[in-house]
Design a protein around this ligand. Structure first.
Ligand code: SF4
Length: 210
């Protein structure tokens, strides 16, 4: 469980962003669990294919949250990642890790909802695309009427959670960056704030201070 008081960010200018975002993430995780219970859809054991060939773009607040997790845990993980490497797969993907993600607790919204979220169609109705890696019959799209009939419930809607993130930091809404770019920038900011607060996260040489 993330505790901002142990992250070196308590009392800093970004404490409220981190604590509010934490609650949004908890709500998103809970909504996914509820939908999983309703629809009985499950990712195949040890799949992780959604992280291969994919790199999320993140909002500044999401990058700060991720950096706060790194600050809490120390900079060893940060130092172990080569942010200058190129490639289409997310830098935090690790097939050996049980979650396939080295920053699972700090992963951004799209990663929390992927595979278990719906979208709004042009009529404002919810539709749900079954991941092609989940269904042996390939990708399948359910409309709202079908969802209600077959599952008696609707999945969480990605855009509703995205709107909550944007309302948290409207100015950052147009500043989404690939996670490999956003994470080091946010880490530098968090390291600087931690240092000013006299708290633990000794800036690593790898972390560029702003
Ligand atoms: S942050 Fe984690 S869950 Fe998201 S794409 Fe990267 S490895 Fe996958």
């Amino acid at each position: 469980m993330f505790d901002v008081s142990r992250s070196g960010l308590a009392g800093t200018s970004i404490e409220s962003t981190v604590t509010t975002l934490h609650q949004i993430y908890l709500d998103a995780d809970a909504a996914v669990e509820t939908w999983k219970d309703d629809c009985a859809v499950r990712c195949p054991e040890a799949c992780g294919k959604c992280c291969e060939g994919f790199e999320p773009d993140v909002l500044p607040a999401e990058a700060i949250y991720l950096a706060a997790i790194l600050a809490r845990d120390g900079s060893a993980l940060f130092d172990s990642i080569d942010f200058t490497s190129s490639g289409k797969t997310c830098l935090f993907f690790d097939p050996e890790n049980p979650f396939h993600c080295r920053i699972y607790e700090g992963r951004p919204l799209v990663c929390r909802l992927f595979g278990y979220t719906g979208v709004l169609d042009k009529n404002g109705e919810v539709s749900f695309r079954l991941c092609r890696h989940i269904s042996s019959r390939g990708e399948r799209i359910f409309g709202e009427a079908e969802l209600r009939r077959d599952f008696g419930a609707l999945p969480p809607v990605m855009s509703r959670f995205s709107a909550m993130l944007v309302s948290l930091d409207p100015e950052g809404a147009s500043s989404r960056l690939p996670i490999r770019v956003a994470a080091p920038l946010a880490a530098g900011k968090v390291a600087m704030l931690s240092r000013y607060a006299g708290l633990a996260w000794p800036p690593s040489p790898a972390i560029p201070l702003p």
